[in-house]
Design a protein around this ligand. Structure first.
Ligand code: FPP
Length: 245
């Protein structure tokens, strides 16, 4: 029998979508969908640890989410605050390393401090790396990388010929994090919505019909099952007809 773990992706990235629809289907306020979304996140982190996934990235707050009503933004910020305050010690005890990607612009000082604290406390942990994309947008990330490279070219410390894919990757927020093998979007929507655009160049995309608050081990396993039957060729030939991958 094939070893199931050998098919487990190293890095799974998730666009957590459908909180609002989950709530409206039940006649509940959108906030209740987000609140239950935090519970789904807890289940998914545990499932990722159990499966031996090395990196789990979640899209928690996008640069575009600032367009939502101020009350909903405040609720999402409140959930992040509570999540870190309630769960940080336990995640640390479980050897989870937390990384945060995104920008600080627009975030309140206490949120920035909590995110910093989570990263610092867990930086030496060796278990699951849990990457929180918060106030994150891929185009902004790429623009920031280009600006840093342009500054170095302007001051003469870098030449245009030095610009390689590796150099660009090293200037992204995800430096030292492998590209996702699998990107999952829940709720049946089929878009990347400015999430890890550079990093997902060769990722398998799986669109789960499950609304995020209902997500957990079973839905994660279903996404991984869909990933396993894909033939990842990275632009080369299929292994079935003689390619190396
Ligand atoms: C998308 O659902 C989800 C979000 C915009 C936020 C995701 C946030 C959480 C799961 C909870 C908070 C996270 C942390 C880190 C504590 P939607 O509101 O767009 O759903 P809809 O498309 O059905 O309206």
């Amino acid at each position: 029998m094939t070893d199931q773990r050998s098919y487990i992706p190293e890095h799974v990235a998730i666009i957590m979508d459908g909180n609002g629809r989950w709530a409206s289907q039940r006649g509940l306020p959108r906030f209740e969908g987000h609140r239950r979304g935090v519970e789904a996140l807890r289940r998914t982190i545990t499932a990722a640890e159990d499966l031996g996934i090395r990196f789990l990235t979640v899209y928690s707050f996008s640069s575009e989410n600032w367009r939502r009503p101020v009350t909903e933004i405040a609720e999402l910020m409140g959930l992040l605050r509570r999540f870190i305050r309630n769960d940080l010690a336990d995640l640390h005890a479980r050897n989870v390393r937390i990384r945060v990607i995104g920008v600080n612009d627009g975030l309140s000082a206490d949120i920035i401090a909590l995110l910093d604290e989570a990263e610092k406390l867990t930086s030496a942990n060796t278990g699951l790396t849990f990457v929180v994309a918060f106030n994150y947008g891929s185009r902004r990330e790429i623009a920031d990388a280009f600006r840093s490279i342009a500054c170095e070219i302007a001051d003469g410390s870098l030449a245009p010929a030095d610009i390689t894919e590796e150099l660009i990757a090293s200037r992204l927020n995800t430096v030292d994090i492998p590209d996702p093998d699998l990107v999952v979007r829940t709720s049946g929507e089929q878009r990347l919505s400015n999430f890890l655009l550079w990093q997902s160049s060769y990722s398998e995309l799986v669109f789960s019909p499950v609304l995020w608050p209902d997500f957990g081990q079973d839905a994660l396993m279903a996404a991984i099952d869909a990933y396993r039957v894909r033939d990842r060729r990275f632009g080369g030939l299929s292994a079935a007809i003689g390619g190396s991958r």
